[in-house]
Design a protein around this ligand. Structure first.
Ligand code: AMP
Length: 360
């Protein structure tokens, strides 16, 4: 396992596995710091390929290609968390990889993630392992009301999830997952959703952004707003939750903790994303150091930047055909388009951030 050595100096190369919009915005941030990027993606049309000096195309489990990638990089990171464990280990033997294999392994699996969170003494929705239709029925019986059945791995934007209102529905939903291991969670009647995006440096330094309030439509993030409705005490609590998680994972880089804000004001951890996060895009304009720059700094072993927010901000995603209105959108705020040619329904095409002078 390669350990962290000296910081990667300007001119060095940061490898990024995954070439979507997150990889693209990471590459742009790296360029501003005088660092080069090499993007590894499994198809040739990755949005990040348009903005990186170096790129490689190969399957995510092609160990020879990954070894070539490791050779040209001074440090490697990820824009998505679902790389196979053996591929991560293969990279980590050759080059400094952040976040590390342990953090990725825990957060790739909803069961290990929720168990880990619970052991830290943090609150989550009640959850039960489900590996058979019989277990799905039994687990439903232990809940107070409705539940959400989720596949343990590879779920995003509501994929691999089903809301269930009876033991029968829970069993049927499990069968529709075609044998994929799952967990059944209690349905949380939350007041609203929030998240905290935070960074941890290789030496343990910690920096958290102000937690935005997040609204979803059709399971896809529509809007993130800062400041949120969280009280100062809840904001501190959200940052404390992120610090506890980051420290326990010995995490290096940016990560996000998605939270449900309960009707009584309690904060429940929904999910940990071991990467830069859609609910942190507003930091590009509203903070001195964006989440993307922060992640590059942490991975490269640089000092963390200042996460302070100097403006109020609303970030809205541009989804599918909404991108056709780019000219009108360009008049309304800071427009980011990800360079995707096909505006498929549900596809994140860009985002727009609107700022106001900071109110408090
Ligand atoms: P996830 O993929 O776990 O982040 O879930 C996606 C979205 O589904 C969340 O942002 C919530 O809006 C909703 N959701 C997920 N789990 C629950 C739950 N246990 N109770 C209520 N809503 C949920």
């Amino acid at each position: 396992m390669k350990t962290h050595g000296k910081p990667v100096p300007p001119g060095g190369t940061i490898g990024i596995v995954g070439g979507g919009q997150l990889g693209r915005m990471l590459a742009l941030a790296a360029a501003r710091l005088g660092l080069k990027t090499c993007i590894y993606n499994d198809t040739t049309d990755a949005p990040a390929f348009q903005v990186t000096p170096h790129s490689l195309v190969g399957p995510y489990d092609d160990l020879n290609m990954l070894a070539t990638f490791a050779e040209v990089c001074d440090a490697v990171t990820f824009e998505f968390e679902n790389l196979p464990a053996h591929a991560i280990a293969h990279l980590a033997e050759r080059v400094w990889v952040a976040p590390g294999a342990h953090a990725l392994a825990i957060t790739q699996d909803r069961l290990s993630e929720k168990t880990f969170v619970e052991k830290l003494g943090l609150k989550t929705a009640p959850f039960f392992e489900v590996s058979s239709a019989v277990q799905a029925r039994e687990a439903f019986g232990k809940l107070q009301g409705c539940g959400v059945l989720k596949t343990r791995r590879f779920g995003y934007d509501g994929k691999g999830q089903a809301k269930v209102a009876s033991a029968e529905e829970a069993a049927k939903a499990y069968e529709s997952f075609k044998g994929a291991p799952a967990i059944l969670e209690g349905f949380v009647d939350f007041s609203y959703e929030a998240s905290v995006v935070a960074a941890r440096g290789a030496g343990g330094a910690f920096a958290a952004y102000d937690p935005p309030e997040n609204e979803h439509e059709n399971h896809i993030l529509r809007r993130s707003t800062v400041p949120s409705r969280l009280t100062p005490a809840q904001t501190d609590e959200a940052k404390r939750i992120a610090k506890a998680i980051g420290d326990a994972l010995d995490y290096v880089g940016v990560f996000a903790v998605e939270l449900f804000v309960g009707k009584g004001g309690e904060l429940l951890v929904n999910e940990i994303a071991p990467r830069v996060h859609n609910t942190g895009h507003w930091t590009i304009e509203a903070c001195q150091c964006s989440q993307f720059e922060q992640h590059i700094r942490a991975v490269a072993g640089w000092p963390l930047g200042d996460p302070a927010r100097h403006a109020d901000a609303v970030m809205e995603n541009i989804i599918g055909a909404e991108a056709h209105a780019w000219e009108a959108l360009a008049r309304t705020g800071a427009l980011h388009l990800y360079g995707k040619t096909e505006a498929r329904p549900g596809r994140k095409m860009g985002h727009v951030t609107r700022l106001k002078p900071r109110n408090h």
